[in-house]
Structure formats: structure tokens, C-alpha cells
Design a protein around this ligand. Structure first.
Ligand code: NAD
Length: 478
């Protein structure tokens, strides 16, 4: 069951008040399938009320806040998140099925986002531009106004931290629509934000279904910027809806990210990254490394080492902090099982078997060698499934690595410095890692994709530009 919370988790936060929606939705524990509570089923009318509340905040004290004041609120919020790490961890494990140490890492990352954007809030400066005689020209960075945030279920805390944190730092007022089935930590975050001094309306949270609350937020004419993370299909629909109001959209849509192991790679260093970057969060990670490209001279060695690592992985209930937890829901389990059913023609290198529990568990599966055009090597599975693809030389490695619709992240394992530089330039990805993968997920590092992985950048200082707009002021004074 849910722990006691200082607010009713079946309510929405609109204009500083916890209010019920017209209906509720059940939520369940992915590790057991048991119902654990109800969340609000926000409607289009609730989204409208939230957007109006956000606009009022922009017209009121929040809209007149100084960057230093906003920074202080975010820093206090970071402290409150740290004080509530245990609660956030427990809720995320119950609600999303995330192993406790991974849920804890997300909570700590949320605190880091608050600290980072709190510290950065008053360090975003405009420019003065040398121009014609008699003019003084300068630029101002201003908030968009009301920003919409549609968040998925796989990393709720991290994605809220990186988008809402940056938006608040720049002085926007936010309407947040968390994913159905992953709302609880969003609600706690909003509660803590109010405690940190965020005024009513500056952050509103409306849980609900994507087709109802989500679609209403994407299409609302009162928002001035939209941040979406999730599937390609939904992202495209959201962009069309926002486009009707000429609202700019940041899309983060996932990937099919490769790690490329060259003949001179340090396999001992690479091995934990090769495996864990594919299995973390049961593979439900937009930047999961689902393709392992291996020079043919190392194919057997890499396959055997990864197989041994797979066999040591423990799958279990999130609360027991296994290596791999359950998938989020029955739909996602069904999706992964459909991919596994398409793999009967592929050599199975190793599997870690799930426990005999009623939750949404699937085996962690490693296939190889897999042809680069196979559906398992092309489509985002969003489960604990990796494929090994052999290559002959650098040119073929680039061709295979860039040969999907996606382009989110990529990594190169080689000791050859010139090759590192060449590959980093040639790979189609928003982030490239050399002899590592993910770089610890640093909040400081700009993140986003190309192709069907989306567009726009979040995280790091770069996000502050995305969540603001530039005004040029030209004064003719003679
Ligand atoms: P989704 O894209 O449908 O949902 C993401 C968010 O969008 C949720 O908050 C949802 O409520 C909202 N949403 C859904 N329909 C909407 C609409 N019409 N208008 C506005 N908002 C809407 O993702 P899903 O159905 O939960 O998962 C399906 C697949 O998406 C997964 O299998 C995976 O491949 C992918 N996915 C990717 C990421 C990522 O980080 N890139 C995250 C989650 C899911």
C-alpha cells in the first residue's frame, strides 16, 4: 500500500490547491500487479484551469520574480528533495517498479537538477552587439510564459527535474502532465516546491490519460512552449497539435543506441557498460544501448563475456532491489514478448530468467550475431533485449551505427585517438561517449536527439536557452 502522504494523491495541484478531478484512475504495483491507489483523471477542463492558473502566476508575483529569487527557491527545493529521498524512492519503486537503488539514483538526480538550475538561474545573460553609429543594441533572455511538460513513465523524476527545473529557473510557469501510472513522485515534487516557496500557479500538476489531459495540454492555445518525452507516434501527434498554435516543441523520443567495440577495445573496462546500459531500468530507457556493434575479430570474446554477465543478473520485485525489475505494465510486457516472438530465427546467446511472480516480468535476452536490418536491430523495444551485430571495418561500423531512424546517443570503445575523433564526428547522435557510456548521466550535459529521436536539447546550460526566448533591443540615440 501507499505510505501516508501530506496531500490526497487522487487530487491535482492547480493554483496552489489540491483539487479532485471528475474521475480517478487506478494505479498498480508493476512487481505484483496489485492495485495500490487512485490518481486523478484530469480532463480538458482541468488542463484549461491549470493553464489559466499558470498565466495568472506569470501576471503576478512569479512573473516579477528576480532570477536570484527563483534560484533560491530551486536550491531550497533541492534540499527538500534530498530530505525526502527515502519517500521518493519508495513511491517510485511501488508505482513504476524501479529497483530501489535505481529509484534512489533518480531521486538524487532530481535534487541535482534543482541545485544545478537553481545555481544557473541568475547566470543567463544577454549580449551587447556592436552596430551602426548612434545605436546601442542588446539582447534580453525572457521566459516563454506558460510551458507545458508531458512526461513519460520510465524516468519521471529525472525528466521532471530537467524540464520543469530549467523552465522554472528561466521564470516560466509550468503545467505538468505526468504519465498515467507514474504520477506519485510528480505530486510529491509539486508539494515540496510549494514548501520551498514556489507561489501558487507557478507549477500545476494534472495527472490523467494521454488522450485526454495530454492531448488537451498539447493543443491548448494558452501555452507558449511544450516539452514532450515519450514515443515517436505520440510525439508526432503532440507536435502537430502544438503546431496548430505555432507553439515550439522539444521532443525526446527514444532511440536504438549503439556501442561500438573496435578490435583494440579494453573489454574489461567496456563490459559493465555494454551490459548495464542495455538492462538498466529493464531496458525502459530512451538512451538504452540496445545494439552492440563488435569488430568480427572480438565477436566470440564479447559474446561470451556478455553471456556470463547476463547469467549473473537477478530479476525480481523492485522492493528487493534486483538488477532488473518488472516492466511498467501488461501492455509493455506484451510489446516485449511480441519482439521476442519475432526473434525465433536469431541465435540466442544468453537469457536471465524472470522469477515466477505475478508482476510484469520478461527474460533479459541477448541475441547475436544479428543482421543490422532485423526488426530487433532496428526498432525500439523498450525492454531488456540487446543484439550483437558484427562489423568488418570502421566504415561499416559507421554505416550500421547510423542505419536506423534514430540518433540519440552512441559510444565508441577504442584506444586509437584519431579513430575516436573521426567516429565522434561521423556518428549521428546527440551525445557520443568515448570509452564509456552515459558519462554517469550528468545533469550538466546537454541531451537530445536527431532524426526520430527528436529535436531540441534539455539538460545542462543549453536547456536554459530552450526554455527562454531572445529579445533584441535596438536603441537609436544619435
Ligand atoms: P507515450 O508516448 O504514449 O506516453 C508518453 C506521455 O505522453 C505520457 O504522459 C502520456 O500520457 C502522454 N500522451 C499519450 N498520448 C498522448 C496524446 N495523444 N497527446 C498528448 N500526450 C499524450 O508512451 P507510452 O504509450 O506510455 O509508451 C509506448 C512506447 O513509447 C514505449 O514502448 C516506448 O517505446 C516509448 N517510450 C519512450 C520513452 C522515452 O523516454 N523516449 C518514454 C516512454 C515511452
Amino acid at each position: 500500500m501507499l505510505p501516508d502522504l501530506p496531500f490526497d494523491p487522487s487530487c491535482m495541484l492547480i493554483d496552489g490547491s489540491w483539487v479532485p478531478a471528475g474521475g480517478t484512475l487506478p494505479i498498480s504495483n508493476p512487481s505484483t500487479g496489485e492495485e495500490i491507489g487512485q490518481i486523478a483523471r484530469g480532463s480538458a477542463a482541468d488542463i484549461d484551469a491549470a493553464v489559466r492558473a499558470a498565466q495568472s502566476a506569470m501576471d503576478g508575483t512569479w512573473g516579477h520574480s528576480t532570477a536570484a529569487e527563483r534560484g533560491r527557491i530551486l536550491m531550497r527545493l533541492g534540499q527538500l528533495v534530498l530530505q525526502n529521498v527515502d519517500l521518493l524512492t519508495r513511491l517510485e519503486s511501488l508505482d513504476v517498479g524501479k529497483p530501489t537503488s535505481q529509484a534512489r539514483a533518480d531521486a538524487l538526480a532530481l535534487a541535482r537538477y534543482c541545485e544545478f538550475y537553481g545555481g544557473a538561474a541568475d547566470k543567463v545573460h544577454g549580449q551587447t552587439i556592436p552596430y551602426l553609429d548612434g545605436y546601442t543594441v542588446y539582447t534580453l533572455r525572457e521566459p516563454h510564459g506558460v510551458t507545458g511538460h508531458i512526461v513519460p513513465w520510465n524516468y519521471p523524476m529525472q525528466i521532471i527535474g530537467r524540464s520543469v527545473g530549467a523552465a522554472l529557473a528561466m521564470g516560466n510557469a509550468c503545467v505538468l502532465k505526468p504519465a498515467e501510472g507514474a504520477c506519485l513522485t510528480a505530486l510529491v515534487f509539486a508539494h515540496l516546491a510549494a514548501q520551498a516557496g514556489l507561489p501558487p500557479g507557478a507549477l500545476n500538476v494534472v495527472p490523467g490519460l494521454g488522450a485526454e489531459a495530454g492531448a488537451a495540454l498539447a493543443a491548448h492555445p494558452g501555452i507558449q512552449h511544450l516539452s514532450f518525452t515519450g514515443s515517436v507516434t505520440t510525439g508526432a501527434a503532440v507536435q502537430i497539435a502544438a503546431g496548430a498554435n505555432v507553439v515550439p516543441v522539444t521532443l525526446e523520443l527514444g532511440g536504438k543506441s549503439p556501442q561500438i567495440v573496435f578490435e583494440d577495445a579494453d573489454l574489461q573496462a567496456a563490459l559493465p557498460f555494454l551490459v548495464n546500459a542495455g538492462l538498466q531500468n529493464a531496458g525502459q530507457t530512451c538512451s538504452a544501448s540496445s545494439r552492440i556493434l563488435v569488430h568480427h575479430s572480438r565477436l566470440d570474446e564479447v559474446s561470451q563475456a556478455m553471456a556470463t554477465a547476463y547469467r549473473s543478473k537477478r530479476i525480481g520485485a523492485a522492493i528487493d532491489d534486483p538488477d532488473i525489475g518488472p516492466l511498467i505494465n501488461a501492455r509493455q510486457k506484451d510489446r516485449v514478448q511480441q519482439f521476442l516472438a519475432q526473434a525465433t530465427d536469431l541465435p540466442l546467446i544468453a537469457q536471465a530468467m524472470p522469477p515466477d511472480l505475478p508482476g510484469h516480468f520478461v527474460p533479459a535476452s541477448l541475441f547475436g550475431p544479428v543482421p543490422p536490418d532485423h526488426p530487433l536491430a532496428q526498432q525500439e523495444i523498450f525492454g531488456p533485449v540487446q543484439v550483437i551485430i558484427p562489423f568488418a571495418d570502421e566504415a561499416e561500423a559507421v554505416q550500421i551505427a547510423n542505419g536506423t531512424d534514430y540518433g540519440l546517443v552512441a559510444s565508441i570503445w577504442t584506444q586509437n585517438g584519431a579513430r575516436q575523433m573521426r567516429m565522434a564526428k561521423k556518428l549521428r547522435a546527440g551525445q557520443v561517449f568515448i570509452n564509456n557510456y552515459g558519462a554517469g548521466g550528468g545533469v550538466e550535459l546537454p541531451f537530445g536527439g536527431t532524426g526520430k529521436s527528436g529535436h531540441g536539447r534539455e539538460k545542462g546550460f543549453e536547456a536554459l536557452y530552450g526554455f527562454s526566448t531572445l529579445k533584441t533591443v535596438a536603441a537609436l540615440h544619435g
